[in-house]
Design a protein around this ligand. Structure first.
Ligand code: I3S
Length: 126
């Protein structure tokens, strides 16, 4: 049978490419490994795709799943000290996953930071 998710979960607020490095999983530190990710922000979650948007869309048929990050209770902060790169911010989830996100282009990074922060703040008020 079809399961229809609530409309708000389907609403994409922002999507695009950023550099991403996952640095902790469930509180356990991981070796930093930067890679380009296609990122989709909706009201409650962020999805990280390893591949390009086009590849991701064609992979959906084969059931290739993105990494999904629950924004409920998550934290976002600038993380200058975590990398030699510029424009780096960190998202930390309730489950103890930590992600660094980065772009060399400042306004792109700022747009993403504020879009994600707004989503997190809205979830906190609810
Ligand atoms: O915080 P670190 O350990 O200096 O991060 C660098 C390393 O993760 C490095 O990989 P290796 O662990 O294989 O040496 C990455 O290639 C670098 O990009 C990391 O530093 P930056 O400053 O780029 O985040």
């Amino acid at each position: 049978k079809d399961i229809i998710p609530p409309l708000e979960q389907l609403m994409v607020e922002k999507e695009g490419y950023l550099q991403k490095a996952k640095i902790a999983d469930g509180g356990k530190k991981l070796r930093k490994n930067w890679a380009t990710s296609w990122i989709v922000l909706s009201s409650r979650k962020i999805e990280f795709y390893k591949e390009s948007k086009q590849q991701a869309l064609s992979n959906m048929k084969t059931g290739n799943k993105p990494e999904s990050v629950d924004l409920c209770g998550a934290h976002i902060e600038w993380a200058k000290e975590k990398s030699s790169r510029k424009n780096v911010f960190q998202i930390t989830t309730v489950s103890g996953n930590e992600f660094l996100l980065q772009s060399d282009i400042e306004f792109i990074t700022l747009d993403w930071f504020h879009a994600i922060k707004n989503a997190i703040d809205r979830l906190t008020v609810l």
